[in-house]
Design a binder for this molecule. Structure first.
Ligand code: ADP
Length: 267
């Protein structure tokens, strides 16, 4: 600490070296740290700046759509523009969420989160979206489970997993959410019987904008940021995401929280 300049960021590594000796490697990562900080600030600023003009464009599209007797070709164009605006809004919102998760690193609110009711509301929203499609949505678990964490962030993580399960499962598939505490950890898992994922993609799946099948995933309406958001929420809760999947059979995404976060469970 004595030799470090206040603006300097140093990384320490300690290696065993010879008999009972240690080799200490000090690396100056100030430049990398500053570049990363600039990237986060840039993304945060651009996302906020894009919000306002996009809202204005959406307003104009609505005004035009309400006009009496517009030609059918114009009506189609306006509907397409509306769809693209929705996509852009979703992308900007996800970018803002992700940047907040990355930058407010130490500001996680610690509250008692009732897991049962949280999952129930997520599943009701999913059921409402399910609409005409025929996914079977099931949830079961320990309804007395209470975790220390941030409810808004946990809602966002589990919703992303449930909506992904719906997106990547053809009609008729089963989507199941389970929440339990065992002797090692507290687990919330989302399983589907959908398209599944080739194991070679698993290590990169939570990277921003990484998609198994770029074109197809884009038409599904995703932003490519869902799993990055899940990863960051879990990191902030000292939790881990584990993924198991088989192509053509389905996938399970499970969130493992340390026992220390458990406030209450079923007797
Ligand atoms: P997207 O917005 O594209 O869904 P995500 O970050 O949420 O972005 O997911 C990244 C990629 O992981 C998706 O494009 C998709 O290829 C794959 N994926 C995510 N969840 C599932 C799932 N339940 N079943 C199959 N593939 C999935």
């Amino acid at each position: 600490e004595g030799i470090r300049h206040p603006d300097q960021h140093l990384q320490f590594q300690i290696h065993p070296f010879g008999q009972g000796e240690r080799l200490v490697v000090l690396r100056d990562v100030t430049r990398v740290y500053k570049l990363e900080q600039m990237r986060k600030d840039f993304v945060a600023n651009v996302s906020h700046e894009l919000r306002t003009p996009l809202t204005v464009v959406r307003g104009y599209i609505e005004t035009l759509s309400d006009a009496p007797s517009i030609p059918p070709a114009w009506a189609r164009a306006l509907t397409a523009m509306q769809g693209q605006c929705q996509r852009m809004t979703a992308l900007i919102n996800d970018l803002i969420t992700l940047t907040k998760l990355e930058t407010d690193e130490r500001e996680i609110r610690q509250e008692a989160v009732d897991i049962g009711p949280l999952i129930q509301t997520i599943m009701s929203d999913a059921q409402a979206l399910n609409g005409e499609s025929t996914h079977t949505l099931i949830h079961k678990g320990d309804d007395n489970l209470v975790l220390r964490g941030n409810e808004k962030e946990l809602r966002s993580a589990v919703s992303n997993l449930v909506f992904n399960a719906m997106k990547y499962s053809p009609d008729g598939c089963k989507i199941e959410v389970q929440y339990t505490a065992n002797e090692h950890d507290v687990v919330i898992s989302v399983s589907d019987t959908g398209v599944g994922i080739d194991p070679k993609h698993l290590p990169r799946l939570t990277e921003r904008f990484y998609r198994v099948d770029g074109g197809r995933a884009t038409t599904m309406g995703g932003t490519g940021l869902g799993l990055a958001i899940v990863k960051h929420v879990l990191l902030r809760h000292d939790a881990q995401l584990r993924i198991s999947s088989k192509v053509g059979k389905g996938s399970t995404f499970s969130c493992h929280f340390p026992k220390a976060r458990l406030i209450k469970r079923a007797k």
